[in-house]
Design a protein around this ligand. Sequence first.
Ligand code: ASP
Ligand code: MG
Length: 411
Amino acid sequence: MALIVQKYGGSSVADPEKIKHVAERVIKTKREGNDVVVVVSAMGKTTDRLIELAKQVTPVPSEREMDRLLSTGEHQTIALLSMAIHHQNEKAISLSGAQIGLITDDSHTKAKIKEIQGKELLLNLCREGNVVVVAGFQGVTEQKAVATLGRGGSDSTAVALAAVLNAKECEIYSDVDGIYSADPRVAPKARKWNYIGYDEMLSMAKLGSKVLYLRSVALAKRYNVTIHSRSTFSENEGTRVMAENRIKEEGKMEEALVRGVTHDLNVAKMTIVGIPDKPGIAARIFETVAKKNVNLNLVIQSISGNKEVTDISFTFPRTDLPKIVEPMKELTSEIGAQDLIYDADYAAVSIVGLGIVDTPGVTAKMFRCLANENVNIAMIGTSDLTITCVVKEDNVKKAVAALHKEFDLDQ
Ligand code: ASP
Ligand code: MG
């Protein structure tokens, strides 16, 4: 008998009808002869509403109490889903994060999982014929305070449980039916993959794919958990995310070099012009940015040649721009740089694939393709599996579509 962990996101349990539908799916899996542990998120936009509610009470809620509040969203879902399963004549029992012994560190609202102590309890409940319904996104600290795992944290709960319980796989249900070679809303000819490797998936999530949360994929890679990303609203098989070498063993490797074209619209670009070219200045710039808790994506320093000054450009989430404009203006004058330029209407377009950076011609092909579309490249970055071009936001759609075609991904 196999044990399967299933996770249903907020949109899959948004109302009573949808919860009943999820109950049917869970029961079907159970009646096929599997043990089933289900992890659920809060219904629909509940978490957003709870955050709003807290803000109406105080602009700066205590993080400990915020976690208490947010954890209640998932409590509603586990109780309702268990009732819906009972109504269809199967045994089910709901458990909170605390009840499964999910212990976290102390960083409230973005806690990390330390361990799950309730393995035996969970297995016993399964053995007794229960579907076990677990509240995602939450645990308790060593001091027994409720802590949440950060937005989207239910995916991490599910993957962690699959690891601890040695599950056959971790099915993550949402309203999309798998991982595509590009966002189908932007590239209508995007294809769905049957399999994709952990590292490719990590790169895609980092560079804009929103189907799976980065953190849960990293966790899956670490414990070799197969994630099956699929739709709550269709019976189709979705995409399995697993180790690259296992994909080969199964003989299912799809012969594409480039696996995905991703885009990220949340991009701003800042350039400090005419910086005195001497040690310590870059450190001061990035300390200023780090103090505001802003993550940089690409950083480029131009060669100063025989001039005495240099320029530094970087990109970061557009939503963080207001946090750093004033501090960077101050710094610009403090270090005697000539000017500060910033612009919020950029986007990043990337191609992702194992080995593409080491394959001659791929980079040139990408740039030529963008040139043919008359798309100007503002910045370029590469990593082991990715090539990223920063372009103006209004060029994104045509850039993604053209690259998708150029790399033979159109179906
Ligand atoms: N309910 C939480 C959120 O909306 C956790 C989750 O959905 O995974 O972020
Ligand atoms: Mg959610």
